[in-house]
Design a protein around this ligand. Structure first.
Ligand code: ATP
Ligand code: MG
Length: 595
């Protein structure tokens, strides 16, 4: 033990007593706090992570983590690692640079789109920076796994990803380079895969609880990763990019990309089986929008059929939805099993309908038509005539037109009735997706030939699952949820330090001497302590302490000199306790819970 280092004028920056790190004296640490915020910082977590000296931008969506930021990231990683290990997963480390061949095999080289950053080596071979690792891990497993005896298996890593996001923003929350924990499970059958999925679901719940987050696990769309079934872990925050619908009576909760609700009533007058008059074409000059057509024809919007045209990688398709409702293109995309879907351009709409935009209808369209059930339950409806300035009235689905498929492609909305319990109302929340668990089935094992031999010697495809957590996004989401006007309020489990010691008068030998002693004693106990030994005004120290948000602050100042008392302040509650200098180590130690 290097005793000298705890003395007032002792070794300043290399201290072997400081068991858990060596840069804990503020004066020696790169901890540049700022008053101003970058112009592009739209959300509070981005502003605070910059101001508190956690991150600095290198390029759009690419950041350097300064010591304080890295310590927090390491805390989250440690929690993730512990829970993954506890759930039986084994850590590996895969490369960031991945050969294109594997992506060609899985079929994603063509379809992943521009988020995949592609590069060539000196021999002109294609590579990409890994946005995710299904290909690399499936390649590993197909080589190493032979028999059912080798299964189940769960492998994970905590590693840098690159996604060339269209719109990197919100600091590290939607970055281009970021750290992900990604895990992959391999099972022999669906029952075993379900057990693996549930184990990850539970581990995620533990992880986000330990990080001190308020979150909800919701049913989700599977996106470009593919697969059949998934849950997202959403941190509830106003600034979240995702919208969640959740039932106020039962446990149902889903991303709006996926959510379903009971079909809102049409209120269409019940005609008691009355015969719907023959379909008729009417002149509706310049009436293109649902509301204008409804007003002009004096019918309710819910009696209209909206016809929306989309372009996909497998051609054009039309979607039908009732006039007062919205079509959900992600549901349509999943239904069709296509890789991309966009609204058809005005030119394409004109070409396909032979009419101006605004007059499309299902009758006579030369492309597949998918109808939402809301449309098929109409009796006497209005739709576009595929002729400029004309609509059709008295349209009866099935009698007057057929569709390729009827399926739920409706966007569920807040206020609608829950389809699971049939009683509750859906409420909407905004959320930040911090984790995602997927059942992949055999998507990758079939594409890449990852098989095992079962008990009977039969070769079968491995059932896979994959599970991601955004490490920095978790930190940012935590700050989004826990801050005040003065700065970050770190939850103890992910705080870069547990305790900050603030000696107020740096010229006073007793204050400085005691602060150093306290610092030495606490670090020797294995606690993570930041000592603000800078020669600056107390106001500056207090402001910075509030900004960086260390959970406990021990102030050694006037009270110490006059009465031998140290002030312990909680960053979260603002509560101050005055304790005897002799007892401060013990009291602080007891306050830092050992999670
Ligand atoms: P999003 O819909 O937000 O783009 P995703 O569905 O593409 O996310 P996944 O592929 O499921 O994300 O990745 C797993 C986790 O990685 C996400 O839950 C999220 O926490 C994190 N993540 C994804 N994209 C980013 C990003 N651009 N920056 C930071 N973290 C990210
Ligand atoms: Mg994404």
């Amino acid at each position: 033990m290097d005793k000298a280092s705890n003395d007032a004028e002792g070794v300043k920056f290399y201290n072997r007593d400081e068991k858990k790190g060596v840069w804990m004296r503020y004066s020696q640490m790169l901890l540049p706090t700022r008053k101003e915020t970058p112009a592009e910082a739209e959300v509070i977590s981005h502003r605070l992570m910059f101001r508190a000296g956690l991150i600095r931008k290198v390029a759009a969506g690419i950041y350097t983590y300064l010591p304080l930021g890295l310590r927090t990231i390491r805390k989250v990683e440690a929690i993730v690692r512990e829970e993954m290990n506890a759930a039986g997963a084994q850590e590996v480390l895969m490369p960031m640079v991945q050969p294109a061949d594997l992506w060609v095999e899985s079929g994603r080289w063509e379809f992943y789109g521009k988020e995949l950053l592609r590069l060539k080596d000196r021999n002109n071979r294609d590579y990409c920076l890994g946005p995710t690792h299904e290909e690399v891990i499936t390649d590993l497993v197909r080589r190493e796994i032979r028999s059912y005896r080798d299964l189940p298996l769960n492998l994970y890593q905590i590693q840098g990803k690159f996604r060339d996001e269209v719109r990197p923003r919100f600091g590290v929350m939607r970055a281009r380079e970021f750290i992900m924990k990604d895990a992959y499970s391999f099972d022999r059958d669906d029952a075993s895969a379900e057990v693996s999925y549930q184990a990850m679901y539970k581990a995620y719940t533990r992880i986000f609880e330990r990080c001190g987050l308020r979150f909800k696990a919701v049913e989700a769309d599977s996106g470009s990763i593919g697969g059949s079934h998934s849950h997202e872990f959403m941190v509830l925050a106003e600034t979240g990019e995702d919208v969640i619908l959740s039932c106020n009576r039962c446990t149902y909760a889903a991303n709006t990309e996926k959510a379903v609700s009971l079909l809102p009533e049409t209120g269409e007058p019940h005609k008691g089986g009355a015969v719907v008059p023959t379909m008729e074409k009417v002149y509706t000059p310049g009436k293109k929008r649902v509301r204008d057509v409804a007003d002009f024809l004096k019918v309710e919007e819910k009696r209209l059929i909206k016809t929306l045209l989309f372009e996909t990688d497998q051609g054009f398709v039309a979607g039908l939805i009732r006039g007062d409702l919205e079509l959900n293109p992600i549901k349509l995309k999943n239904l069709l099993g296509v890789n991309f879907i966009v609204m058809a351009s005005d030119e394409e709409v004109k070409r396909l309908t032979k009419a101006d935009v605004g007059f499309a209808g299902p009758i006579g369209l030369p492309i597949p038509v998918i109808a939402d059930p809301s449309v098929m339950s109409l009796h006497d409806a209005v739709c576009g005539a595929n002729e400029t300035d004309y609509h059709l009235i008295h349209v009866k689905p099935e009698r007057d037109f057929e569709v390729s498929q009827v399926a739920d492609i409706r966007q569920a909305r807040a206020g609608e009735i829950c389809s699971r319990c049939g009683k509750g109302t859906l409420e909407s929340f905004r959320g930040i997706e911090v984790g995602h668990v997927f059942k992949l089935g055999t998507k990758y094992s079939e594409a890449m030939g990852a098989t095992f031999l079962d008990e009977t010697g039969k070769e079968r495809f491995i059932i896979m699952g994959c599970y991601g957590i955004g490490i920095e996004r978790t930190v940012a989401a935590a700050i989004e949820q826990s801050h005040d006007e003065d700065g970050i309020v770190f939850h103890e489990s992910i705080a870069p330090f547990s305790i900050e010691i603030v000696p107020v008068q740096m010229k006073d030998e007793r204050v400085v001497g005691f602060s150093n002693k306290l610092y030495g004693a606490l670090t020797q106990k294995g606690l993570e302590v930041l000592l603000d030994d800078r020669e600056v005004r107390p106001g500056v120290k207090f402001k910075d302490a509030d900004l960086i948000g260390i959970p406990l602050r021990a102030v050694v100042g006037r009270k110490f000199k006059e009465e031998g008392l140290v002030e312990i302040k909680s960053r979260e509650t603002g509560k101050v306790e005055e304790v005897l200098a002799d007892e401060v180590v013990e009291i602080l130690e007891s306050k830092v819970s050992h999670d």
